[in-house]
Each structure stands twice: as structure tokens, then as C-alpha cells.
Design a protein around this ligand. Structure first.
Ligand code: ADP
Length: 272
């Protein structure tokens, strides 16, 4: 379904993606880990055609997305859902309106919008909160709304950039359960995360990215980096997902939480 061939992305002289080759089949769940600045967000945003690559090719279902004209790109993006660490909900719209909005701008009929929007709000357990505004939601509810918005088009591909980065254990667990369900229904999911427990919980294909290079690619894998590896890679992790019952265990040497910066810069590029 997805094929990166020799992709290079540079900012100035720095290669943020350094000759990346990667194939992902339809229906896979792929987790991408790596230190902050490794290129995880860039890899994900490349897939929605949001960033111009310096060289190489990215095909999705055989189509070269780096060469899409604006209208084709817009059409393609309707097949892709995206969620972010900070949800990016529209603050002046309710939960229902946030999820329905994408269908309205595509000219769906009112009855169809309503049916599909409630279906997707049901999937993420947000029907009872339909009339609330984002500022009235708890963190997990905000992310569940964002997932509803991402899924409303029935995308074939869901891209998640640190979706649980701001959430505690129980909310993280709920989000992962939803992502598993989405994947089981046939949607390909790509998720970047810093969090070892998230990787272990999913136990699916895990890519490790470091300085723009995929240094490991394993099926049915857990986090698998020990503290020496983490130290070498400069990974600091986020402990929010650790089950409360295990919190009494000694923390790692570099356990302070790291704030993941979601690629606002890239989003700016997408809007251009
Ligand atoms: P990760 O998601 O793994 O933290 P990113 O893909 O966000 O990494 O960023 C990779 C590197 O590219 C970082 O060093 C970041 O500062 C840099 N970078 C990302 N976007 C831009 C941009 N628009 N301009 C300059 N540098 C950027």
C-alpha cells in the first residue's frame, strides 16, 4: 500500500530523512519510535503530501504522492485521517460539529452527515458529549473527538502523531483500544510515540528511527530498547502510561517526561 523509496528530506544541510526505504502493507499497524528530532513527524507528514521531499519517491496504492497536483492531493487526503498530540479541534465547534465538519465541506447531504457522524461518535464513545465544546472536555475525550473527526471519511490510512502524549494511563488505554478496533476494521494505522508502554501494549510492527534513518524494523515487537540503547539514542520517556500499580517501581535514569513538539511547522506548510 505504502512505499517509500530512497526518501531524503533536508532542512538546510541537515538530513531529517536520510535515504528512507520502507514498505507498509494495507491493514498493518506500525509503531514508530525514536528520540525527539529523529524525523518521526516528518515521515508521517510526508505521507499526507504536506512536505516537499528533496529526493526519492512515496507511493500509496501505486500513486506517486510527491507529484500530486493540488486537486489530486486534496482528493487523496480524504482517504487519510490524522490525529495529533494536541488534538487540534476547532474550539468554536461542538464535538458533533468538529466531527461533521469534514463531511459538510465535502458537500454531503445533511441526513448522511448526521448518520455517519453519530456512527463515528458512537465508535469512540462520545455520543453523550456531542453538544460539548472542546474546552469542556477532558483530555481523553478531546482525543476521542479528534479520532472521530479523522475517521468520519472512512479513511484507509490513519496517521497518529504522539496521540497519547498528553494522556494518563486510563485515557491512553482507551485511545489504544480504539486504535486497535480501527485497525481490526481494516484501516492501516501508523503511530509515532515516545512511550515504551504504548509500544509494548500494541506489540505490533515497530520501527526505530534515529537521525532520519530506520535503524530497526521488527514485527510483533515490544519496545526492546534497554537503558543503554536509550542513553545512546538520547530517548527520554514519558511515563504517563505506566499503570498506577507499577508506579512504585524505580524509574529509569532518564524518566522525566519529554514534551513532544508536534510538527506545527509542517502543518503550516500543509496549509500553503
Ligand atoms: P520527531 O517527530 O522525531 O521529533 P521531527 O520530524 O519533528 O522529529 O523533526 C526532525 C528534525 O527536523 C528536527 O531536528 C526538527 O527540528 C527539524 N525540523 C522539522 N521541521 C522543520 C522545519 N520546518 N524547518 C526546519 N527544521 C525542521
Amino acid at each position: 500500500m505504502i512505499k517509500f523509496t530512497d526518501i531524503v528530506k533536508k532542512y538546510g544541510e541537515r538530513k531529517v530523512l536520510d535515504h528512507v526505504n520502507l514498505e507498509i502493507d494495507g491493514g498493518e499497524f506500525v509503531t514508530i519510535v525514536g528520540p525527539s528530532g529523529a524525523g518521526k513527524s516528518t515521515l508521517l507528514y510526508a505521507l499526507i503530501g504536506g512536505i516537499r521531499m528533496d529526493s526519492g519517491s512515496i507511493t500509496v496504492d501505486g500513486y506517486e504522492i510527491t507529484e500530486f497536483k493540488p486537486s489530486a492531493l486534496q482528493e487523496y487526503r480524504r482517504k487519510v485521517g490524522m490525529i495529533f498530540q494536541d488534538y487540534k479541534l476547532l474550539e468554536n465547534k461542538t464535538v458533533y460539529e468538529n466531527a461533521a465538519f469534514a463531511l459538510e465541506v465535502c458537500g454531503w447531504k445533511d441526513g448522511d452527515i448526521e448518520e455517519r457522524t453519530y456512527e463515528v461518535l458512537d465508535l469512540v464513545g462520545m455520543i453523550d458529549h456531542s453538544d460539548k465544546f472542546p474546552h469542556q472536555l477532558a483530555g481523553g475525550e478531546g482525543q476521542r473527538t479528534a479520532i472521530a473527526r479523522a475517521l468520519v471519511h472512512r479513511p484507509k490510512l490513519l496517521i497518529a502523531d504522539e496521540p497519547t502524549g498528553n494522556l494518563d494511563y486510563w485515557n491512553t488505554k482507551q485511545i489504544l483500544d480504539i486504535l486497535k478496533k480501527v485497525n481490526e476494521s481494516g484501516t492501516t494505522v501508523l503511530m509515532a510515540t515516545h512511550n515504551r508502554e504504548v509500544v509494548d501494549e500494541m506489540h505490533r510492527r515497530v520501527l526505530i528511527l534515529n537521525q532520519g534513518v530506520i535503524i530497526s524494523d521488527k514485527e510483533n515487537s515490544g519496545y526492546e530498547l534497554d537503558h543503554t540503547d536509550e542513553w545512546a539514542l538520547g530517548i527520554r520517556h514519558h511515563e504517563a502510561f505506566i499503570h498506577p500499580a507499577t508506579k512504585a517501581h524505580p524509574k529509569s535514569d532518564h524518566a522525566e517526561s519529554s514534551e513532544k513538539e508536534v510538527g506545527d511547522i509542517e502543518i503550516t506548510e500543509i496549509r500553503h
